[in-house]
Design a protein around this ligand. Structure first.
Ligand code: XMP
Length: 525
């Protein structure tokens, strides 16, 4: 296991993922995690991440006291990246100064000697790296040597091989650092001697064993399926472990996409053989949403109704089984776990609520269910790999994300007014099918249509019309936190707009949303 100590860099997740791409398990802890937490993971190597701070600030985050003694006594190699390297330099008695020459963006460095970070073939050669720092290592601690310098002459890489301590001033984890992955590979395999043996098949077998050990032979487990990748893969894995003692529920809340209920139920039942009950709660949700225009009020109502449906499902199950289910499966992913314990000084714990997010299956407060979260150490692409081993159809694994509150956040205002939901479903289906036919689906992170509660004047077949306006939105993104709008070919757009206006009654105008996030959000409400 490679442990990453996080000092708030925007690239910390990326370091974790890069190490995993080398088939080595890596986990992340807050940069000031207690020594007991660090040692309990028994890391074979520690990487100190970058971060936005300066080591000179009074509250600059740092590893716990005795960390350096701990790694030395246990012979654990440490690699400091950017802020992490400066931390090593400062704590070991060197000097970090506020640099006169700041280095941001792509830079050239020269490798000056062979080391644990660079093979002999790289010595004397230039390589392009991604720098992002103001401070610099002005004097190295005793026992350290410079192994690379930037073309400006600043220290770019250091090592103290006898103490197994290493530092990189640049970010090897970003793709702009051309040989970055090679450098990480060198560190993990040559310096640390770690074996590449972390495989998704092993993760699957290990998780199945954990679940089998945890859930007693007569105990039952429930799971809310949203139709998304995470809950589906989590449920499929648990089903493999305990069979039909898993009981899933899928809620049709009237806010689903075109034929979504039929499509996902077919995957659950025919492809995955999951024991799933489909609850028709269309009336229940739509009657509660009638007349509600405020986006947050809509989200809260939907969250509450999900919990009611889920509660009823659990209660019915208890009647049928003669005992209460004990466990709840959730498709929590690793980024959610990391986000919920933010690194020191990141300010993430004080972030504003932009929108109340609801995932299906929010836990009713008085229900004492224990959680089973088989994906909680995985990133999204790893969940897809796991899903593929579990025979979840590829087309399903590649589906764009869909928000818990469904089309309610895409029909602005009152969702029950007129036939807004019906119009939106048709427009959305034409847009998505056109994207698939053009072979663009996998290059777009998320695409959908939005219904505006306004009418505009048009002319169709020589007749004046007064009909609805819809908006098409397609974005590219890494994780939905920031996004760019997707640039379609003009002919594609012409064709989609023609199809929509010709076949969806009640629409005479189509717009495209070309706003990034920020300043907009992905969804319109
Ligand atoms: P926003 O609109 O917040 O969306 O920029 C970012 C990503 O999150 C999805 N989203 C949700 N997902 N429950 C979810 O499970 C929600 O309440 C929710 N709201 C937005 C959105 O589709 C996008 O992928």
């Amino acid at each position: 296991l490679v442990l990453i100590l996080d000092y708030g860099s925007q690239y910390t997740h990326l370091i974790t993922r890069r190490i995993r791409q080398l088939s080595v398990l890596s986990l992340c802890l807050a940069g000031d995690a207690p020594l007991a937490s660090i040692s309990s993971l028994r890391p074979r190597a520690v990487i100190l991440s970058g971060g936005p701070h300066s080591v000179h600030l009074p509250n600059a985050p740092s590893f716990p006291d005795s960390f350096l003694e701990f790694v030395e006594q246990n012979g654990i190699p440490v690699l400091g990246i950017c802020y992490g390297m400066q931390l090593l330099v400062q704590k070991l008695g060197g000097e970090v100064s506020v640099g006169e020459k700041q280095e941001y963006g792509k830079m050239e460095i020269d490798v000056v000697r062979e080391s644990g970070l660079f093979g002999a073939e790289l010595v004397g050669k230039h390589q392009t790296v991604w720098m992002s720092h103001g401070d610099e290592a002005a004097r190295l601690p005793e026992g350290f040597e410079v192994v690379a310098r930037s073309v400006q002459g600043l220290v770019a890489a250091i090592e103290n091989p006898s103490k197994r301590l290493y530092g990189l001033q640049y970010h090897p984890e970003v793709t702009h650092s051309a040989q970055g992955m090679e450098t990480l590979r060198h560190f993990i395999f040559n310096v640390c001697g770690i074996t590449a043996d972390w495989k998704m098949q092993d993760v699957l077998e290990e998780e199945i064993k954990v679940i089998k050990d945890m859930v007693g032979p007569d105990e039952h487990v429930i799971c809310a399926l949203s139709g998304g990748v995470d809950s589906t893969v989590a449920a499929t894995l648990v089903h493999k472990a305990i069979g039909d003692r898993l009981h899933c529920v899928f809620v049709d809340n009237g806010l689903l996409r075109y034929k979504e209920r039929e499509r996902v139920m077919a995957t659950f039942e025919s492809d995955l053989h999951l024991p799933v009950t489909c609850v028709d709660a269309v009336e229940q949700f739509l009657s509660k949403l009638k007349g509600v225009k405020d986006p947050e009020a809509k989200r809260k109502i939907i969250g509450r109704e999900f919990i009611c449906v889920f509660d009823d499902f659990a209660h019915d199950l208890e009647m049928k089984l003669g005992q209460k289910p004990k466990y709840l499966v959730q498709g929590t992913l690793y980024p959610d776990v990391i986000e919920s314990c933010p690194p020191p000084g990141s300010g993430r714990s004080h972030s504003h609520t932009i929108k109340s997010h609801h995932n299906v299956g929010g836990l009713p407060k008085d229900m004492k269910l224990k959680l089973i979260e088989p994906l909680k150490l995985l990133f999204k692409d790893e969940v897809r790999k796991l899903g593929s081993i579990l025979n979840v159809p590829e087309s399903f694994l590649k589906r764009h994300p869909f928000p818990g509150p469904g089309l309610a956040v895409r029909v602005l205002g009152d969702v029950t007014e007129g036939n807004a939901l019906d119009i939106l479903r048709q427009v959305d289906e034409i847009f998505i099918q056109s994207i698939k036919e053009a072979g663009l689906y996998d290059s777009i992170w998320q695409a959908f249509a939005v219904f505006l509660p306004v009418q505009s004047v048009g002319v169709q077949g020589d007749q004046r019309t007064h009909s609805h306006v819809v908006v098409l939105r397609a974005i590219t993104s890494e994780d939905g936190m920031t996004a760019d709008w997707y640039y379609f070919d003009q002919n594609f757009l012409v064709d989609v707009v023609r199809k929509i206006c010709n076949s969806v009654r009640g629409v005479n105008r189509v717009c495209q949303d070309i706003t990034s996030k920020p300043p907009a959000t992905v969804e319109w409400e």
